[in-house]
Design a protein around this ligand. Structure first.
Ligand SMILES: Cc1cc2nc3c(=O)[nH]c(=O)nc-3n(C[C@H](O)[C@H](O)[C@H](O)COP(=O)(O)OP(=O)(O)OC[C@H]3O[C@@H](n4cnc5c(N)ncnc54)[C@H](O)[C@@H]3O)c2cc1C
Length: 262
């Protein structure tokens, strides 16, 4: 079985800076880490491998060479190999272009029976990559998975909806987006850490995956960020209470009257 896990490098800070010239995140110089939920996607892949035995797990990211470093965390816990999809012409890709590029890269390495992703990234936070991949690869999408079971050629997940938990199944191949609640990521052992340090990743550029510069970056993107701003903080509310409902209502009326709202 071929399993691909997609991971994204995200800023490791809450104070994200935006370049006002092009409305992009300032990634250069910002401390970074693996998108936290992607660790759970890796664990999901490892659990499937543990269960089926004969499986190869490939970890993949689209980003700069520095972004590729996050893949070492996957190698350290038992992922077999890494693929860095990297090309300066991919910079500025929106989710449409990213979904196209990652799908082509998966096809280039021979496709997959299962593709694992996190449910969302902490920076872009669109949750659009899993459905984009499923669409581009012609696979079923099992999104927001809280649990996963592989039963022969069928993948079955549970996920929360407004009424409770639902069980959804689809034939393989499938894309599964994973929630943090699905599992507890395992810790790397010393041997794994050593392999991670030495790992050499395959690098795929645009030509390698059969795309050109018009299908990547700003040229291949259907959307453009025209403005980014922090929302105004809500003013602090006033809590009105009293020993009885009557007292509370009296205080409420007095407060509203004092603010000339009555
Ligand atoms: C309108 C628009 C314009 C944008 N323009 C830019 C831009 O100019 N420059 C820029 O850097 N970013 C830009 N972005 C952000 C960029 O498109 C997204 O970071 C990227 O497409 C992934 O989307 P996301 O972070 O929302 O992923 P989500 O869909 O929230 O992520 C879900 C999962 O998909 C996987 N995944 C996501 N991204 C990757 C990746 N790169 N490699 C491997 N796996 C991945 C991970 O498993 C992740 O957990 C833009 C986004 C939008 C919406």
């Amino acid at each position: 079985m071929n399993i691909v896990v997609l991971v994204k490098q995200v800023p490791a800070i809450s104070d994200i800076k935006i370049d006002t010239k092009d409305n992009n995140l300032v990634r250069v110089g910002a401390p970074s880490m693996m998108n936290p939920v992607d660790l759970h996607a890796i664990e999901a892949a490892l659990a499937v491998k543990d269960a089926v035995g004969d499986a190869t797990i490939t970890i993949m990211t689209m980003g700069t060479a520095l972004a590729g470093e996050v893949m070492r965390d996957g190698i350290a816990v038992g992922v077999n190999q890494g693929v860095l999809v990297s090309d300066e012409r991919m910079a500025g890709s929106d989710t449409l272009a990213t979904g196209t590029i990652l799908a082509k890269a998966i096809e280039k390495i021979g496709g997959a029976d299962l593709v694992f992703t996190g449910k969302r990234s902490t920076d872009g936070d669109t949750g659009q990559i899993p459905p984009a991949l499923a669409q581009n690869l012609g696979m079923s999408l099992l999104s927001y998975a809280e649990s996963l079971e592989i039963d022969g050629e069928t993948a079955r997940i549970t996920r929360k909806n407004h009424d409770g938990l639902e069980t959804v199944e689809a034939p393989l191949p499938a894309v599964v987006s994973v929630m943090e609640t699905m599992n507890t990521p395992r810790n790397p052992k010393i041997r794994g850490k050593m392999s991670a340090k030495k790992a050499v990743f395959q690098v795929l550029r645009l030509e390698d995956i059969g795309l050109d510069s018009q299908q990547a970056g700003a040229a291949g993107s259907a959307t453009k960020v025209t403005e980014l701003f922090a929302p105004e903080p809500h003013p602090v509310g006033i809590m009105i209470s009293g020993d009885t409902v009557g007292q509370a209502v009296t205080k409420l009326v007095e407060t509203l009257a004092s603010k000339q709202l009555l």
